[in-house]
Design a binder for this molecule. Structure first.
Ligand code: DDK
Ligand code: ZN
Length: 414
């Protein structure tokens, strides 16, 4: 057994891609020529924010991971073209390595109260945890499997409710659409614990919560074993692997902000819901649209509260309402640890992005629909340290409390 565990750790350490000497640069293009020069780096670099070269524009900045092999040449080129930049992350591997080291030698789950919610967990750990927490709380937690991923992994969902709840509003929360955004699944796990530990289980007695800790299970598993910076699913399409699961929904499918190239990070896939992970959740939304009053999907990073639409610049019919709660939510977040979030319709606040889950939920009939970009604003980016999980979750919980109050209010009309 001991040697098996040792082998497991060894193979994890051997197979994983490393990022020694890679840096994340924040660049500030000031004219079209500079924008073009940055866009031309496309296939050689990894766009963190925005998530693809299409999102780069004059006057905005961009965080880009540059592999160590080309870093000197890229810096020379940036200087020659007088493109302003600074180093956001000195050595990506040192941050990534810390996160993997933290998981090494970790024992099998022994009870969900001892589970460490301030650490990042593997897919297997999260899946085991969903089973354990349902078994430990049989009256309040129900575990269902929404479907299987391309590689055959289960996609578990936890439904939390307590007391008489037949007519209670329902709330759908998902995490981990994008694989490398690790703080997102961390929040979903923490939030389940929080709802269960709350005195009198107030929120789950007033509403039924459906929480999907990790949608993109294959991609997430892949970030642990092979490539920490993987974003997409793991289906094979043409020459490349992976569809962007936040461009694959049947909402403006194939439109602006999505790519038809299977190698692109924003590849929309061969057709809407081609990804079984997306179809599983979309099926759930269609089946429960009359009862689900709120959908929140968690991503990182950038500290934003986004609402429909992202596939069009048109405003949603109830924009005033969406905006009203976004402002309340932003203020609630700020009151906890003074973190500032921006808010607004997706297309103008971040970038146009057709085929997203929030727009699909909205068009399916869930009239309160939000995408949250969690911490940070470009210090650690995707490699947000575990030491920030707790604070991130606390302030995000304040947002969820605002949204809860909105949908359980007796005067709320969906
Ligand atoms: O999918 C993206 O690129 C970001 C999250 Se990382 C969100 C874009 C806005 C919401 C699209 N429905
Ligand atoms: Zn994302």
């Amino acid at each position: 057994m001991r040697s098996l565990i040792f082998l497991g750790i060894l193979s994890l350490a051997l197979a994983r891609k490393t990022f020694f000497g890679d840096q994340v640069l924040t660049v500030h293009p000031k004219n079209e020529a500079q924008v073009q020069a940055i866009k031309n780096l496309d296939t050689k670099v990894d766009f963190w924010s925005p998530d693809s070269p299409a999102g780069i524009s004059v006057g905005s900045s961009a965080d880009i991971r540059i592999p160590s092999e080309i870093l000197p040449a890229v810096k020379v080129a940036l200087r020659r073209q007088k493109i302003e930049f600074e180093v956001m992350i000195e050595d990506v591997e040192s941050l990534v390595g810390e996160q993997f080291k933290s998981a090494q030698g970790r024992g099998i789950l022994d009870g969900t109260t001892a589970y460490d919610y301030e650490k990042y967990h593997t897919y297997d750990e999260i899946n085991d945890w969903t089973n354990a927490i349902a078994a430990e709380n049989p009256t309040m937690v129900q575990r269902t499997v929404l479907g299987q991923s391309t590689e055959g992994r289960d996609i578990p969902m936890l439904t939390l409710s307590s007391g008489q709840s037949a007519s209670n509003p329902e709330i759908l929360v998902d995490c981990g659409i994008h694989a490398r955004e690790w703080v997102s699944p961390a929040f979903c796990q923490w939030f389940v614990r929080q709802l269960l530990d709350e005195p009198n289980n107030v929120r789950i007695s007033e509403a039924t919560y459906h929480i999907i800790p990790s949608i993109n299970v294959d991609g997430y598993a892949y970030t642990w074993t092979n490539d920490r910076m993987w974003r997409k699913t793991r289906s094979k399409n043409g020459l490349c692997y992976g569809v962007d699961p936040n461009r694959n929904w049947d909402a403006g499918f194939g439109g602006e902000g999505s790519s038809s190239s299977s190698c692109a990070e924003t590849y929309h896939g061969p057709y809407a819901e081609s990804e079984p992970e997306v179809k599983a959740v979309a099926d759930f939304m269609r089946a429960n649209k009359d009862n689900v009053k709120l959908y929140v999907t968690y991503h990182s990073y950038g500290q934003m509260i986004l609402y429909p639409y992202s596939y069009t610049y048109d405003l949603a019919a109830n924009t005033d309402e969406l905006d009203f709660y976004a402002v309340q939510g932003k203020n609630a977040i700020q009151s906890v640890h003074n973190k500032r979030y921006i808010y607004g319709p997706g297309a103008v606040t971040i970038y146009p992005a057709a085929g997203g889950s929030d727009d699909f939920a909205y068009d399916t009939g869930i009239k309160l629909s939000y995408t949250i970009e969690l911490r940070d604003k470009g210090v650690y980016g995707f490699t947000l340290p575990e030491s920030q999980i707790q604070a991130t979750c606390e302030e995000t919980d304040a947002f969820m409390q605002v949204m809860h109050n909105a949908v359980v209010s007796p005067t709320y009309q969906a």
